[in-house]
Design a protein around this ligand. Structure first.
Ligand SMILES: Cc1cc2nc3c(=O)[nH]c(=O)nc-3n(C[C@H](O)[C@H](O)[C@H](O)COP(=O)(O)OP(=O)(O)OC[C@H]3O[C@@H](n4cnc5c(N)ncnc54)[C@H](O)[C@@H]3O)c2cc1C
Length: 273
C-alpha cells in the first residue's frame, strides 16, 4: 500500500491530504502537524481569493493554482455554502496606472476594468480619489470553519493524524513513507531548510459589518476590507522579514483609521490579531 505523509495541518496540508484521499481512498495518508485549526496561519487570514503579494510567481502558475482554487471554492459554494461567500471585489489605485489584464481574468466571473464613471462613484462613496481599478466576483472563506469542515471530511475518509513537531525532512518517523508532502508554510525555512522562504507579517482587525457585501483592496495605502458571512476583516500590514506575532498597537491604529476613512461605519471591534 502507498504510504503518504503530509506535513502541516494548515489549509494547504488539509486540502492536499483530503484531495489524495478523495482520489485514492486506499492510500494510507497521515498528516503530521504541530498545530491545528484554529491555530494555523489561515485561521487569522482575510480568506479572500485574490492573487496578492505573490512575489515572482509567474502569471501561468498563478492562473493554474489560483484557477484550481477558484473552481474548488466555487464547487463548495455551489454545493451549499460551506462558509464561503461570493461577492464583488474592487481593486483600487489612487495613482493613475495602466492595468494589464492578468491571465487569470478569464477564470473569474465578471472581470472588468473600472471606467471613469465607476471610479467617480467609488471615490464619492469612499471619500478617496481613485484613478484606476478593476472589479471581479470572488469567494471569501470563513477560514477556521472551512478548515474544520475539510478536516472532518478527511477524517471521515479514514485519514490519519499525528500531533508532532518534526525537526527535519529526514526525521526517522518519515522513513516508512514513499511520498512526503511538505506543507509546513513558513517553517519550511527551518525544516527543509530553505532560507529563500521568509515572512511577510500581516496584522488585521475584525469588526461586525453584516450590512457590507463587497470587498475593497486599496493598493496604494495597503488597506483592505473583506467581509465574510460572519465578520469583516480589516487590514492590513505586509512587513517583509518581520517575525513578530504579537499585536502592534500602531498597526491597529493604521488599519482602523485607513479603513474607517473608506467606510466610517466600521466601528464595532470584534478582536484583533
Ligand atoms: C494577516 C494575513 C491575512 C491573509 N489574508 C489572506 C487572504 O485574504 N487570502 C489568501 O489567499 N491568503 C491570505 N493570507 C495568507 C494565507 O493565510 C497563507 O498563505 C496560508 O494560510 C498558508 O497556509 P499553509 O497551510 O501553507 O501554512 P500554515 O497555515 O502556516 O500551516 C503550516 C502548518 O504546518 C505545521 N508545522 C509547521 N512546522 C512544523 C513542524 N516542524 N512539524 C510539524 N508541523 C509543522 C503548523 O503547525 C501548521 O499546521 C493571509 C496571511 C496573513 C498573515
Amino acid at each position: 500500500m502507498i504510504k503518504i505523509a503530509v506535513l502541516g495541518a494548515g489549509v494547504n496540508g488539509i486540502t492536499c491530504a483530503l484531495k489524495i484521499k478523495d482520489k485514492y481512498p486506499n492510500f494510507d495518508v497521515t498528516i503530521f502537524s504541530e498545530k491545528f485549526t484554529p491555530d494555523t496561519t489561515g485561521d487569522g487570514s482575510g480568506g479572500l481569493w485574490y492573487p496578492y503579494l505573490c512575489g515572482n510567481t509567474t502569471q501561468e502558475q498563478l492562473t493554474k493554482w489560483g484557477g484550481e482554487t477558484y473552481a474548488f471554492l466555487h464547487d463548495l459554494w455551489y454545493q451549499g455554502g460551506k462558509h464561503i461567500s461570493v461577492m464583488p471585489m474592487y481593486e483600487l489605485y489612487r495613482q493613475k496606472k495602466e492595468l494589464q489584464r492578468p491571465l487569470w481574468a478569464d477564470l473569474v466571473f465578471g472581470y472588468r476594468e473600472l471606467d471613469k464613471t465607476q471610479l467617480d462613484y467609488l471615490s464619492r462613496m469612499h471619500s478617496i480619489n481613485y484613478a484606476a481599478g478593476r472589479t471581479f466576483t470572488t469567494f471569501i472563506i470563513q477560514a477556521p470553519k472551512l478548515i474544520e469542515y475539510l478536516y472532518i471530511r478527511y477524517k471521515r475518509l479514514k485519514g490519519k493524524v499525528v500531533n508532532a513537531k518534526l525537526a527535519s525532512l529526514s526525521d526517522p518517523i518519515l522513513h516508512n513513507f514513499q511520498v512526503v508532502i511538505n506543507c509546513t508554510g513558513l517553517s519550511a525555512r527551518d525544516i527543509v531548510p530553505d532560507n529563500r522562504v521568509f515572512s511577510i507579517r500581516g496584522q488585521i482587525a475584525r469588526v461586525k459589518a453584516p450590512w457590507l457585501n463587497y470587498t475593497i483592496v486599496d493598493e496604494d495605502s495597503g488597506h483592505y476590507i473583506i467581509p465574510n458571512d460572519a465578520i469583516c476583516v480589516l487590514g492590513g500590514t505586509h512587513q517583509a522579514n518581520d517575525y513578530r506575532t504579537e499585536i502592534d498597537d500602531s498597526n491597529t491604529k493604521f488599519i482602523l483609521d485607513g479603513c474607517r476613512q473608506m467606510i466610517p461605519g466600521l466601528k464595532v471591534i470584534e478582536n484583533t490579531l
